[in-house]
Ligand binder design. Structure first.
Ligand code: COA
Length: 278
């Protein structure tokens, strides 16, 4: 059953362990207004620790994933109210992207259509990203006279090689889903008609993994990127020890099912985590 956020601009369903969250302003190509940013934070809050949610997928209703920031409501109308309103609107949008970057559950961007500018914030915030081949990605800021702010420039540099990031940001040309995959903006591109099935397949695989290990792993991948090797080594020891305090039995069970029981091989798939609780 589809549920709506308080202002109706975010929609979501929970099915078989997956929360399918959607930007829900299709008539405005899902551009992000202050109202949408507040609603999205509410929805992320509501879903994060629900027992029936193991993976969160973010997509968009209609032809867009998100056409970026709402030029009217987020920029023009907010700026007209002054510095305080501008800073508040920034905090609300950056706030839910940050929440998503460090979300408790694995997250997947399912980019079904247009993805512009500010949309790169939530795109990067999701751990994995899958696009429709038909989707269009663009740093369109230069086309309306600003630099790619809101983290978008950082996302471009994090995800793409220098020359591609520079071209992408300076030229304001769009790339389709297939090129976005080649450039590293997303993991894979599939025809739109097959996109949801592939994303669900990935989500179902993630649901079978140890959730404590998944959270530690996704945080580690983000954290180590700007650490020296020695700092990363130390961080990873501490992170594993911290994870053990939440789930000390999981890895022991993983070893037991492989070494003693010989019921699976870690090189070929995950141990049966549900049996360890029995
Ligand atoms: N901000 C505010 N309104 C937006 C918007 C945005 N980022 N993107 C789309 N809209 C609105 C349009 O103004 C239009 O409103 P209206 O029906 O009241 O006239 C409605 O959404 C539909 O947009 P339209 O341009 O007619 O749809 P389209 O399918 O022909 O084109 C886009 C889709 C995404 C190519 C086009 O809307 C666009 O270029 N949007 C801006 C993208 C952008 O630069 N975003 C970066 C912001 S940082």
């Amino acid at each position: 059953m589809t549920e709506l956020s308080s202002n109706g601009v975010v929609a979501y369903d929970v099915v078989d362990g997956v929360a399918w969250v959607r930007f829900n302003r299709p008539e405005k190509r899902n551009c992000m207004s202050p109202t949408l940013n507040r609603d999205m934070m509410d929805v992320l809050d509501a879903l994060e620790f629900r027992q029936d949610v193991g993976v969160l997928v973010l997509s968009g209703e209609g032809t867009a994933w998100s056409a970026g920031m709402d030029l009217k409501e987020y920029f023009r109308e907010t700026e007209a109210k002054g510095l305080g309103a501008t800073r508040q609107a920034q905090r609300e949008s950056y706030g839910w992207w940050r929440r998503l970057r460090w979300y408790q559950k694995p997250t997947i961007a399912m980019v079904n259509g247009w993805c512009f500018g500010g949309g790169y914030g939530p795109l990067f915030a999701c751990d994995l990203a899958f696009a429709a081949e038909e989707a269009q990605f663009g740093l369109s800021e230069i086309n309306w006279g600003i630099l790619p702010g809101g983290g978008a420039t950082k996302v471009a540099v994090e995800l793409m090689p220098f020359r591609k990031a520079m071209y992408h940001a300076m030229m304001g040309e769009n790339v389709d889903g297939r090129t976005a995959a080649e450039w590293g903006l997303v993991n894979e591109a599939h025809p739109l008609g097959q996109l949801k099935a592939r994303v669900n397949e990935v989500a179902q695989i993630l649901l079978k993994k140890n959730p404590v290990a998944l959270k530690a792993t996704k945080d580690a991948i983000r954290r180590v990127s700007d650490m020296t090797y020695d700092n990363a080594e130390d961080y990873l020891i501490r992170a594993q020890e911290a994870a053990n305090s939440f789930d000390n039995e999981g890895r022991k069970e993983g070893i037991r099912q492989f070494i003693d029981e010989k019921t699976y091989k870690p090189g070929l798939g995950a141990y049966d985590k549900d049996r360890s609780k029995a």
